[in-house]
Design a protein around this ligand. Structure first.
Ligand code: NI
Ligand code: MN
Length: 224
């Protein structure tokens, strides 16, 4: 499994020859100007919620790639009505896709489209494939994360760390305890002034708890 960070909360996940894109917000992210959305492959686009900083490039990429959009019911119906392919889910539900099993899990946040239309309830994803990963989405720290620790053996937890709109570093450290995974990829930081973080301090706070916080440069990848 290869995971590429496209900035903000956008991830590319490659499992064998299948490409999954999560929460594409690239063309509106000045910090991601090195990424060309025309070059991004996507067989599936997973969306945690409907906020603009998670869906901005969905239509452009799905139009070119014919990707299947996977999200909550309301978001998927929104895109199906525009002619896109979709697979609706809702909280607590799992589905076996051709790349692995996906569970749509709880997140504490909000979810409206940029025009104010209802975007269902926000969520995160647990993907069980070659490796098991948790993509938290935009969320507060919540005790629901303990269920993920009890139900899955995670290889990686991808957690928001930018504070203000989501968890900050201290809560992300507690979240990593709840999901029982000490290997964390941080996301949802630095994009806007509200969520700028000190990288070295953040990493040290994780080290102090015997945990590993990875912060990727935009465009960089890790192999799990
Ligand atoms: Ni959001
Ligand atoms: Mn967000």
């Amino acid at each position: 499994m290869k995971i590429t960070f496209y900035g903000h909360a956008c991830l590319g996940i490659q499992i064998s020859d299948i490409h999954i894109l999560v929460d594409p917000f690239i063309s509106g992210n000045e910090k991601a100007s090195n990424i060309d959305i025309e070059s991004i492959k996507a067989d599936y686009i997973l969306l945690t919620h409907a906020h603009q900083d998670h869906i901005l490039d969905v239509e452009a990429i799905a139009k070119r790639t014919d990707a299947v959009i996977v999200s909550n019911y309301e978001i998927v119906v929104h895109y199906q009505n525009l002619g896109f392919k979709g697979h609706p889910m809702n909280h607590g539900g799992s589905w076996n896709f051709d790349f692995g099993k996906v569970k749509y899990v709880n997140a504490i946040h909000t979810s409206s489209f940029p025009d104010g239309k209802y975007g269902g309830q926000p969520g995160g994803f647990v993907i069980q494939a070659e490796k098991n990963i948790y993509i938290a989405g935009d969320t507060a720290l919540t005790y629901d994360m303990k269920l993920i620790g009890e139900q899955f053996n995670l290889d990686l937890a991808i957690l928001p760390i930018g504070d203000n709109f989501t968890m900050g570093i201290e809560d992300a450290i507690m979240a990593s305890d709840f999901v029982e995974c000490n290997k964390v990829l941080g996301y949802h930081f630095d994009t806007f002034g509200y969520i700028e973080i000190n990288h070295e301090e953040a990493k040290q706070q994780f080290i102090d708890k015997n945990k590993d916080l990875m912060l990727l440069k935009i465009g960089d990848s890790i192999d799990l």
